[in-house]
Design a protein around this ligand. Structure first.
Ligand SMILES: [Zn+2]
Length: 456
């Protein structure tokens, strides 16, 4: 296996200051400031959401752009209707589906620092989703969960039935103004950043999150709320079938343990909500966790999903090309908190793409055999990180990861840069470990830090 050191600084200067170094093996963030305001009306009994999304984008690239790619996962599930025109700055535009979920919206030569507003009316008729999507957007047992549910700035890609189906980038703000067609209790809506809700019962809620790369919420008129403060973070747990206290205990332990290990949790609240599905896979969104009914108080699952608030929520990555960056670290974190090791039987590279396993658009794939996704990316990922931790020693390893989180908070990370950061954070020779667990990997040395001298 070849290890290549890419001199990033040289590349940067060779191509000139206009070029942002391309990411190796991962999605490069579109250079936008983005803010979403979604006004929606929900018929809880019918599972129907009528929404109008206003997306405000400012071009932060150095060149003009002529289109925006939006990921719209509900289209792959058959839930989406868009029969009103999309407008850009008030003018109707002709959009194009370039993959089954990628909506390309033309923006007329948007210059650097220029702002445009895209208006997208859409409707979702939600039904029971396949297992991989059961905790994302789904309607089961009277519970409506919304995850990966609205058109969001992304890279042009296809949906896939194994792993995470969407790549998104930190927005300045995502705001949901939700009305329900029927009166329900105040706690029927579980969302992060709840800024407005009825006193006891009603039909209007507002949720607003800043510095998040996505936004999920769950609606269930039978929800009970368990809330507590954890070191200044408001923890809210919404459940129907069990008391939320056991879940809150686990989430509290994870918040405390992972803040110590990887740096402070950066948002003011964390919400966990039980979805309607008995099984399938629980799912993480920034400040929000959707738990399937069989896993509401499962120690491993709650710890794993809270860990995603660091590895995915704060540190983005291309979850299709490099799923080990979020899943390997979340598995490692859960086991670290539980004090247990991995027990894996895979021979596949830890840095396998999700496409290494055959799957359909929204179903299928080998998730759980020895040769499957979990063993290779999650469990063997933990074995890999544990080997790196042993070689570096605990102090150096955790300090390096905390620094990695600080440098990249709310941005996008790649495996090649992480490996370069780890290698630069220790005198230990990590290359034999990289060779043993990774295929076709690259190590990108960290950018040199410049000290700016203030001239008085
Ligand atoms: Zn995960």
């Amino acid at each position: 296996m070849t290890v290549r050191f890419t001199p990033v600084l040289l590349l940067f200067f060779a191509l000139g200051a206009m070029v942002v170094p391309a990411s190796a093996n991962g999605a490069t963030a579109p250079r936008f400031s983005q803010a979403y305001v979604i006004k929606a009306t929900l018929d809880v009994e019918a599972g129907r959401l009528e929404a109008v999304e206003k997306l405000t984008l400012t071009n932060r690239a150095f060149t003009a752009i002529d289109h925006v790619d939006l990921s719209v996962i509900p289209r792959a599930l058959g839930y989406l209707t868009m029969d009103e025109p999309v407008t850009v700055d008030g003018d109707e535009v002709e959009t194009e589906w370039t993959t089954s979920i990628n909506l390309r919206v033309p923006v007329d030569h948007l210059e650097p620092r220029e702002t445009t507003t895209i208006r997208l009316p859409f409707r979702l008729d939600v039904a029971r989703s396949p297992d991989a999507f059961a905790a994302r957007t789904s309607f089961e047992n009277g519970v409506l969960s919304f995850g990966h549910w609205f058109p969001i700035v992304s890279t042009e890609h296809e949906v896939y039935g194994l792993g995470d189906p969407q790549i998104s980038f930190t927005a300045d703000e995502i705001r949901l103004e939700l009305e329900t067609t029927d009166v329900v209790g105040r706690d029927a809506l579980a969302c992060p950043g709840l800024v407005s809700a009825p006193e006891e019962t009603g039909t209007s809620w507002i949720c607003e999150s800043t510095d998040v790369r996505d936004f999920g919420f769950v609606v269930n008129p039978s929800f009970r709320l368990a809330a507590r403060d954890v070191g200044g973070t408001e923890l809210r747990v919404y459940t129907e079938t069990v008391s939320g206290e056991a879940t809150a205990d686990l989430a509290e332990q994870a918040l405390i343990g992972l803040s110590e290990a990887f740096g402070d949790y950066p948002w003011e609240d964390l919400v966990l909500a039980e979805v309607g599905s008995e099984g399938g896979f629980s799912m993480e969104y920034p400040r929000m966790i959707h738990l399937t009914r069989d896993k509401v108080a499962d120690t491993y699952v709650v710890y794993h999903e809270v860990a995603h608030q660091w590895f995915y929520g704060q540190l983005g990555n291309d979850q299709q090309r490099e799923p080990w960056l979020d899943e390997g670290f979340s598995d490692f974190s859960a086991r670290y908190l539980m004090g247990i090791g991995e027990n894996q039987c895979s021979t596949r590279p830890v840095n396998s793409e999700v496409f290494a396993w055959k799957a359909d658009a929204t179903t299928g794939g080998d998730w759980s055999s020895c040769d499957g996704y979990f063993h290779a990316v999650f469990y063997r990922g933990t074995e890999f990180l544990t080997a790196v931790r042993s070689a570096m020693g605990d102090d150096a390893f955790f300090a390096a990861i905390r620094e990695w989180v600080t440098i990249n908070r709310f941005g996008m990370t790649t495996g090649s840069r992480l490996l370069g950061h780890l290698a630069a954070s220790t005198d230990a020779d990590l290359e034999p470990i990289f060779d043993a667990y990774l295929a076709d990997y690259e190590v990108v040395a960290p950018r040199r830090r410049h000290t700016l001298q203030k001239i008085i």
